[in-house]
Ligand binder design. Structure first.
Ligand SMILES: Cc1cc2nc3c(=O)[nH]c(=O)nc-3n(C[C@H](O)[C@H](O)[C@H](O)COP(=O)(O)OP(=O)(O)OC[C@H]3O[C@@H](n4cnc5c(N)ncnc54)[C@H](O)[C@@H]3O)c2cc1C
Length: 343
């Protein structure tokens, strides 16, 4: 069975991300299934203020490494902290959220501690008294269930796969784990964040809604004009009002590399589909996108799907969307933005 430890880091505003709260739910449920306890290890600039929430989740012990040198993601300091925490907690089963910060450092730590790691885990069960994890392969076409005897076993959960922990904070006591950093650990200095050339952050994995823009936004419209400028204004206003995450079809994101006028907020990182991303959001709204299979396969984990298209015979009408609005996306999104502005 073994000791279960959840590894979490705080965000730049000293809170826990949704992915961290999901990892807590996963660990709590695994511990209940194994009739065991779980402890939590926290890393960050200031972690004490989330300790109450972690205690409320039922952690049997809370270990911390905190200080300004652990505020930002940096391989050397994060690796030192995780190494010290895993040893102190005598970790056998490690549950961690698949954040960009942890994804960079956890494989190295698993190797350093002589353990094994499985990433992109979307479910954890117990079979014959031992944990078994589930993950997808080959772009969500094949599912595998994996058990391991090697310990420590690092199980890195894909954000969006578990319910986020909800609960009240409780009184907590924490144990600070000393993590002396060698001079070499400071060779990398985090100086700040840069936004992509297209402007603000448009990919929001935690958003309730995925808004997808297809190539139709850049095509000649019924009035005979191309209206890329209008499209960009409408889409950015919609995103600003709803805090939705922005996705794009392959045709849309390829336009810029083909030298065509396109939305400056759209990059290849936004692409949804077979050769793009497969995000998880409760709802999705597709606009000016035909809904062909190689694109729609990326909607696999979107629960409620709606689409706006001028063409009543587009792919979304072939059973791929719950609701298809047949109409002009420029008019529809403009009206929706008006309603959103009215509150
Ligand atoms: C191996 C392979 C992998 C692929 N991988 C991906 C992938 O990962 N992701 C992906 O997206 N595609 C992928 N594709 C491409 C995919 O098959 C389609 O070509 C692509 O998704 C089409 O993009 P689109 O729907 O935005 O553009 P189009 O097919 O050009 O459709 C534009 C749509 O906009 C509508 N429209 C135009 N103006 C308006 C308006 N004013 N209001 C409402 N609707 C309007 C039109 O009716 C039309 O349906 C892949 C293809 C292959 C062969």
């Amino acid at each position: 069975m073994g000791r279960i430890v959840v590894l979490l880091h705080t965000e730049s505003d000293d809170t826990l991300s949704r992915a961290a709260l999901e990892a807590l739910t996963a660990a709590r449920s695994l511990a209940a299934d194994l009739n065991s306890e779980f402890s939590v290890a926290l890393v960050g600039g200031l972690v004490k203020q989330v300790a109450g929430l972690v205690a409320g989740a039922g952690a049997s012990a809370i270990y911390t490494v905190e200080g300004p040198e652990f505020h930002h993601a940096r391989y050397s300091s994060d690796a030192a902290a995780l190494d010290a925490l895993c040893r102190r907690a005598e970790a056998d089963l490690v549950i961690a959220p698949g954040t960009s910060r942890w994804n960079r450092v956890l494989p190295g730590i698993a190797c350093r501690l002589g353990g094994r790691i499985d990433t992109h885990v979307c479910d954890i069960d117990v079979e014959g008294g031992a944990p078994v994890v589930t993950r997808w392969y080959y772009r969500q076409r094949m599912k595998a269930r994996i058990g391991r005897t090697q310990r420590p076993w690092f199980i890195v959960c894909d954000p969006g796969s578990f319910a986020a922990l909800e609960g009240a904070a409780e009184e907590s006591s924490t144990e600070s784990v000393s993590t002396p950093l060698a001079e070499a650990a400071f060779k990398t200095e985090v100086v700040g964040f840069q936004k992509p050339a297209g402007g603000g952050q448009t990919i929001r994995p935690d958003a309730e809604l995925l808004f997808v823009a297809g190539a139709g936004w850049t095509k000649i419209q019924p009035d005979g004009n191309v209206r890329v400028g209008d499209a960009e204004t409408l889409i950015l206003s919609f995103l600003e009002a709803t805090r939705a995450s922005l996705g794009g079809s392959k045709s849309m994101v390829d336009l810029s590399s083909e030298g065509q006028e396109t939305l400056s907020c759209m990059t290849h990182l936004n692409q949804i589909g077979q050769t793009g991303a497969t995000p998880r959001h409760p709802k999705g709204l597709s606009t000016c996108c035909h809904g062909e299979e190689p694109h729609v396969v990326g909607w696999r984990f979107i629960n409620e799907r709606r689409a706006v298209n001028l063409d009543p015979n587009c792919g979304w009408a072939q059973g791929k969307a719950d609701v298809l609005y047949v109409g002009d996306a420029f008019e529809i999104i403009s009206k929706v933005n008006e309603l959103l502005a009215e509150g």
